[in-house]
Design a protein around this ligand. Sequence first.
Ligand code: TXA
Ligand code: MG
Length: 328
Amino acid sequence: MPLLDAADPTAMSAAAEALAAGELLAFPTETVYGLGARADDDAAVQRIYAAKSRPAAHPLIVHAADAQQARRFASQWPAAAEALAQTFWPGPLTLIVPREPSLAQAAAGGQGSIGLRVPAHPVARSLLAEALRLGVPGVAAPSANRFGRVSATSAAHVVQEFGAELKVLDGGECPGGIESAIVDCTALPPALLRPGLLQRAQLEAVLGTPLRERDDQSPRASGSLKSHYAPAARLRLMNAQQLRDALEVLGPQASGLKLAVYSRSRLVAGRGVEHRRMPDHPVAAAHELFAALREFDARGVRLIWVEQPPDTPDWEGVRDRLMRAAAE
Ligand code: TXA
Ligand code: MG
């Protein structure tokens, strides 16, 4: 029962009704699946924190049907937020702005700011529009994974994380694969709290100024905790030469290590070493990244050696997730 087929209008209505009734519902976006609850109901939002085992001070993103609805959660709408929203919404961008104090206290983790996003995925858009008709102004939704683990990019991944009890609106695989870029617009110049598939230069071109790096003044972002997005296996990042050397040293002893190698370069891995090619294009690499890490885990891999992606701006989002997955 809990899998609702997004192509079925009855299932879509049931999903919107579940949200309106204060229930949890997982749903697809163009980035990753979200674990949603109506943002204007603190008791509903508490269910998200409980399900994720997420500390209650870690704020969630509120998803809205359009920019006008999103703005209802803001007490101020800085010019930078307006420019970015105009250009990139609906899309994989979250804006942090000052919060309307009477709204979404729990979703904001008690902070005076709020993260807002208008997603572009057609299933998410229909769901948010239908929920809005039922009186739901916005849906708080972190990524649909347990705290600190790899995000879910398919309905099956969500079920792996939370079991079959949870209602999941199944819209297939998420096209993007890594979470939205987050820009803090509460101070100038705006800061990039989390890189995504939108490139820094695209954001800066719209802002007309370089983005600030996140600093200790920046609001908390759990996605920016050093260790996050971690698979169960230990993950190590190496360049192609380091990988070749390490594999050569291992030689035939590799079997028994439950080692997997994930690289763009062609490598000769010994017997017992699983090898998976990382796509050459960052968009394709992002799309499969979390699914690939989950597959390694599912096959009992204990150690994943990953080739460091290129140090170019188009790979920033993927590099960021891999660095965090590799952090102790
Ligand atoms: O692509 C995405 O953003 C997905 C989909 C479901 O929309 N959501 C997502 O949510 O990645 P989550 O909770 O896993 O990551 C949201 C990040 C967290 O790091 C959180 O701390 C940060 O956004 N965040 C939310 N509100 C914030 C605020 N007021 N100030 C600072 N950071 C905030
Ligand atoms: Mg997350």
